[in-house]
Design a protein around this ligand. Sequence first.
Ligand code: 13P
Ligand code: SF4
Length: 309
Amino acid sequence: TRSVQELQREIRRLAEEKKAVILAHYYQRPEVQEIADFVGDSLELSRKAAQTDAEIIVFCGVRFMCETAKILNPTRKVLHPNPESGCPMADMITPQQVMALKEKHPDAMVVSYVNTTAEVKAVSDVCVTSANAIKVVQKLPARKIIFVPDQALGNWVKRHVPDKEFIIWQGFCPPHFEFTAREVKKLKEKYPDAPVAVHPECHQEVIDMADFVGSTSQIVQFATTCPAQRVIVITEVGLKHTLMKKNPNKEYIFPDSMNYCGSVYCCTMKAITLEKVYTTLRDEINEVTLPEEIIERAVIPIRRMLELT
Ligand code: 13P
Ligand code: SF4
């Protein structure tokens, strides 16, 4: 077996040789983030995927992210190092369920979080990410909004767009729902000088305790540049790697967890390993494919989102 460094060197060599771009989400393992050409939040990664002229995109993230890359840049070969890595939240709603909501509320627009399957996007009016959800929804012409699948992000948007009516699906992110207000309160008591940065996929009571709410990239920006020496960060632990890299002089406090690794993590994000990235790129396997008709329809809400932000 190869060492981590050997694998990383081989992956980078293959990427140059094959003119491949490696994209990674902040929740990826640190050693995977290190071999990426670009690490970012969902919105930034979709922009990068849309703009790249690389022949191959190796997407280190969960399936919906790879699908979004394929939808925005369908002539590229998009490779997913672990085809089993899905987002459990994305699987909490089906296109049939969206259609049923549309039938019930024909005057509403369907806003789907980018954490959805391509088939759900294909029946949506516009997509949003945690970085732009409020802005996008504010700009929509409809007064009635069907928001799927994340109840937390949906409720957060609803509170910021009081003039619209919301029908919110009850999906949720399992790791982000692990954080409790009680735990955050304890951390605040322990570190009274530290501001609290929270991802909007968290419970409302947790969001209520935040000094800053935003996407992973927005949290990085806030936590690394705010005047405080210490920041309490309520999101998946993978973000710590970038925070430490961008500003190692600060302390980033993540809540503990009862699981065996002691912190809250997204297991499907972590199911992408260096070994898998290596074999995927070497053999050009695990290609993401979607029916043409789905691509044609799903690109509309994604493009609309990019145009609105
Ligand atoms: P962002 O990186 O867009 O904030 O999303 C977080 C997330 O949970 C992606 O699955
Ligand atoms: Fe899905 Fe949550 Fe994992 Fe993001 S962190 S991929 S929303 S389960």
